[in-house]
Every structure is written in C-alpha cells, then in structure tokens.
Ligand binder design. Structure first.
Ligand SMILES: Nc1ncnc2c1ncn2[C@@H]1O[C@H](COP(=O)(O)OP(=O)(O)OP(=O)(O)O)[C@@H](O)[C@H]1O
Ligand SMILES: [Mg+2]
Length: 553
C-alpha cells in the first residue's frame, strides 16, 4: 500500500510496536530506501535511535514538518485519534497534505487502538487491518524465549506436537500478550512444557473476555447431550474433518457456517456448544448486544475486532447466539445507519471469508432477519429446529434423567413422551426438575408419577403461542431444512453419537402423534418475498393442508 502511494493509511491496532517494526523493515527493503519517523504526543517526531525533531510535539507543527520534508519517508503517528475527534484545523491540514504528499513518495500512517475517522477524511484515509501474529511469528517468538531463558535457568520440555499446540493456544493474542504469557508460564514452575498450554489458553480467555465482545466458551456438553435433531447432527458430523489439512489437500473449502432457527428452547444454543465438542474446536461467543451497546468502542470497530480475533484463532467456531438482536431493523434509519453498516461488514466478511472460522448463528425471531442474510452463499445451510417428535422426546427424557443420575429402567419413556406432546426440550427438562423437587421434598426416589405431574405443571409455550409457532413452520418450510430426521426414517444412532444406553424404544405410531412431518426442503432462501409472520390466509391454508397441525397446539 505504501508502494501504491496511498498517502494516508490508518491501522486500528494495539500493537504499535510490532507495526512500526514491520514498517521499518518494509521501508529498508524497498527499492527506494525510505526514512521512518514516528510521532507521539510526548516526544514529537523522531527517527529510531535519534533525538526528537525539536518543536514537533504540536500536531500542526509535526504535519508542517511532514509537508516540508523533501525525501521519501513514512511518518507513523501514534495515538493521533484525539486530534481527529475535535475536527479542527489539524483535520484540514491532514486533508491538504494527503493531496500533495503523494507525489513526494511520502506516506502518513495513523496507528491507534481505536478507529476514528472524521467525515472530512473518510474518502482519503485507507484503513488497513494489521493481523494478529500467526503461527510463524509465534514460533519465532517462542524461539527467542527459549534462547534467552531456556538454556540457563529453565528447562524446556516440548515435543513437536506439544509445541504446535502451544503455538495454537497463543493465536489470537497480540505479540506483547504472548510474550507476557510465555514469560509468566516459564516463571511459575521453571519449565516450559505441555502443562503451560492450559495457562496460555486461560490467558487468552482473559484477554478475549477483556475485549468485552467475544467470550471464549468452555466446552461442557458433547453431542450426546442433544436429543433428536438427527439431520443437523449428521450434517455437523460430516463436516468434522473439513477443517483439517487433509481436507485442504483434498481441495475441500472450510465450511462457512450454519444458521439454526426455530422454536425457543429446542436445543439451538445447546447444539452450538455441542458442535465445539464434536469438532474439538474453540468456541467464541459473539454478543451482538454488546457490539451495539457502545460500552466499548464504536459498533463497526467492535465487529471488525471480533472478526479479526476469530480469524486469528481459526480454526474455530464463531457462535452468534440470537443474531437477530443485532441485525434486526438494519433497513431502518433509527440509528443513522450504524446497524446497517455493521451488518454490511459482517455480510461482506461472510461472503468472502476463506479462513476456517465457522459461523454458528442461532435465531428465534426469524421475521426480523434481514433477507440478505438468508441468501445463498452466506450460510452453507439454514436449519429449522422444531418441537421434538415422539422418539426425540424419549431421547430428551433419557438425557435429562441420566444427567441427574436416575435409573432409566424405572420409567416408562414412551408414556412420558406421549404426555409431553408439544413440549420443547427445555420444557421437558423443566418437567423433570419439577418432578424431582417433589420427590426430594418427600424424601423418596423419583417415580413415573412425579414426572407426569411435572409435565402437567409445566405449560408449554406451544399451547400459549400456537399461532406464532405455526407461522414459524410456514416460514421454515420455504427456506430451511428440518433439523430433525422425519420420524419415519429415524435411523439407529451410532454409539459415538450417543453414549446413552438406549432402552429398547417401542415402535411409535407415526401420524397422529406427530406434530409436523415435513420433508427436508432445500433452502431456497430467496427472501425478497415478505417474511411477515402474521397469520395470513396462506397460513390458514397450510394449516388445513397439514393434518394434525391445527389441533396439535
Ligand atoms: N434437543 C434437546 N436435547 C436435550 N436437551 C435439550 C434439547 N433442547 C433443549 N434442551 C434443554 O433445554 C435447555 C435450553 O435449550 P437451548 O438453550 O439450547 O434452547 P434454544 O433453542 O437455544 O432456546 P432459545 O431460543 O430460548 O435460545 C438446554 O440447555 C437443554 O438442557
Ligand atoms: Mg438459545
């Protein structure tokens, strides 16, 4: 970019030292050797190793020096953003300069942790992302830590694969942070070994948490904790190896992501967590609310940072829970287009990304999702998670009973499933807990009756919001693939997919029990059509067309 003579670059980053180092390097190897000046408000302009240029602390004076300087040069202005905020004569000066310095092979680079571009400069400034250190750089750093300290006071005990893991663990941190983390882990026990991987990971968790936007989610449940949703599970299972070098060599691109919509409490968020365990990939949760909350930085900057961090940690899963909260109303002008711009940043990234960041987005209020998000090419697939079918309800009861140390033999799962028609996974879980509270209160073991009573006490959402749910189905039929296998073809699950000791499930009559059996529909995702979820006459028609639906809720 320097070569292409962009006059004014802006690098939003914390890593000023690493950036200036890189610029020094680039400047010295170019065909025309360039001098590099750095400016800070404390020192004014200076060249590395030399005394500061007198009278250049004032921004305006520094810019005048730049103007008069008559050799090819790069000027790095660190933390210049406060002087851009006030939109004073400095901004004007910068604008004038940008037009003239091009000819003289001079470049101004603004480096700040925050991105502040006054409107006057928006067409002139080019924003450049400086990527967080990659594997190679971290490896080089590790070498210096080992060289400087390892041989004398510390023992280094890392096999090749452990070293790889350590480097992977450090990805997503800035070079300074990695340096600190390495030093810290060496100091505590005098050995740099596999045990330090967790320490580095913990450090990373802390750092990521501090950004306030992303959360590094610990993996707790695997796929065995998810009842039903066979089609979604199978889809995820198939892509488990897509992130490996083997897949790359095969020519397979890393999957982009999946959007999981559907009825509340039916396992969308649970699946995102389980996917992380299934694929053994780190799970980063992006809080859309916080992107817009304005507590840390501007919304656009937050989105850029989140994407940057995720890319540095790749391969990973970027979990955007309840994506509609951030992207809803992007067409509106209520927030002077901020959400539309954030959304634009996200969409462009989704479309163009080649990095192994898998986006696992979940959404409830699908009617609020902007149509552009649902077009082909953004997500690999859109799934709809429906209320669990009879066999799925049995599985969910099983999961929650086993989780709470109950002996399955004592319960008639088929009867429980029958009694809980129209219940979501979380309502089934609630019913189990309600039953257990009773039993515990009476100092006895949990029995079938407690569970039935628990089911009766829990009022399912499907009963109170039947119209809304029907509208969801109609939406999904056109645009999504069902996350569950159709009940008729429910296959035997592989033991690896469920470690549960499966009690012999009795054959359940299909049809009258079934809430809705919909063939998997290819996502057409053409959302130019209205997504109005009000019960329309079309909805009425479908209600009639699908046996059982009108009466099921
Ligand atoms: N299919 C399921 N199998 C097992 N447990 C389930 C299932 N669905 C829901 N649950 C239980 O209900 C809890 C809540 O589910 P989860 O948070 O995944 O629902 P959700 O679809 O994300 O809902 P929401 O739309 O409200 O965010 C889970 O933590 C789990 O204990
Ligand atoms: Mg959820």
């Amino acid at each position: 970019m320097i070569k292409a003579r962009y006059p004014l670059l802006y690098v939003p980053s914390w890593e000023e030292k690493r950036i200036v180092d890189t610029i020094q390097e680039v400047a010295s190897i170019g065909p025309v050797g360039k001098v590099v000046y750095t400016w800070t408000v404390a020192t004014g302009l200076y060249r590395r190793g030399l005394a500061p240029v007198p009278n250049t602390v004032e921004p305006l004076a520094a810019l005048e020096f730049v103007e008069k300087f008559n050799r090819p040069a790069i000027f790095c202005f660190l933390d210049f953003h406060p002087f851009l905020e006030s939109r004073n004569v400095t901004v004007r000066k910068l604008k004038n300069l940008a037009n003239v310095i091009k000819q003289d092979f001079k470049t101004i680079i603004l480096i700040s942790p925050t991105l502040t571009i006054p409107v006057e400069l928006q067409k002139i400034v080019t924003v450049v992302d400086f990527l967080l250190p990659g594997e190679e750089e971290i490896n080089a750093l590790l070498d210096t830590v080992v060289e400087e300290q390892g041989e004398h006071q510390y023992r280094v005990n890392l096999s090749k694969s452990e070293r790889e893991k350590l480097v992977k663990a450090a990805q997503g941190l800035t070079l300074d942070e990695i340096e600190n983390a390495f030093s810290k882990s060496v100091v505590t026990d005098g050995v740099l070994d596999a045990a330090d991987i967790d320490l580095i990971l913990e450090e990373k968790r802390q750092v990521i948490r501090k950004t306030g936007i992303l959360d590094y989610y610990p993996v707790t449940e695997g796929m065995e904790a998810v009842g039903g949703l066979g089609a979604l599970k199978e889809w995820l299972r198939k892509r488990g190896r897509s992130f490996t070098d083997e897949a790359k060599a095969f020519g397979l691109p890393a999957p982009k992501g999946v959007l999981v919509t559907g009825i509340p409490g039916c396992g969308k968020s649970l699946c995102a967590r389980a996917a992380s365990a299934l694929w053994q990939l780190p799970l980063l949760r992006l809080d859309m609310g916080k992107i817009f909350a304005g507590i840390v930085g501007s919304s656009e900057e937050n989105m850029r940072k989140a994407i940057q961090t995720a890319e540095a940690i790749a391969p990973c899963i970027l979990w955007i829970d309840e994506i509609e909260k951030g992207l809803a109303g992007t067409g509106g002008s209520g927030d002077s287009g901020v959400s539309a711009r954030v959304f634009g940043t996200f969409l462009t990234w989704m479309q163009e990304k080649t990095s192994a960041v898998f986006v696992f987005a979940t959404a409830n209020a699908i009617e609020k999702l902007p149509p552009e998000l649902l077009r082909k090419g953004r997500f690999d697939e859109i799934f709809f998670v429906d209320l669990p079918q009879p066999q799925e309800r049995m599985d969910i009861f099983k999961i929650h009973l086993i989780k709470r140390h109950k002996v399955l033999k004592k319960f008639d799962l088929r009867a429980l499933s029958d009694a809980s028609e129209g219940y979501s996974g979380s309502e089934i879980e609630q019913a189990v807990i309600t039953g257990m509270v009773e039993a515990f209160d009476e100092n006895r073991q949990l029995n079938q009756q407690d569970l039935i009573a628990g089911i009766v006490k829990t009022v399912p959402l499907s009963r109170t919001m039947s119209e809304y749910m029907l509208a969801l189905h109609i939406w999904a039929e056109e645009r999504a693939v069902m996350a569950a296998f159709p009940e008729q073809t429910l296959p035997e699950l592989e033991p690896s997919e469920t470690d549960l000791p499966l009690a012999e499930p009795e054959e359940i009559a299909v049809g009258q029990d079934c809430l809705l059996v919909v063939e998997a529909v290819e996502s057409t995702a053409s959302m130019e059509t209205s997504t109005d979820l009000q019960e329309s006459s079309e909805a009425e028609e479908k209600k009639k067309a699908i046996p059982g639906v009108g009466t099921s809720f």
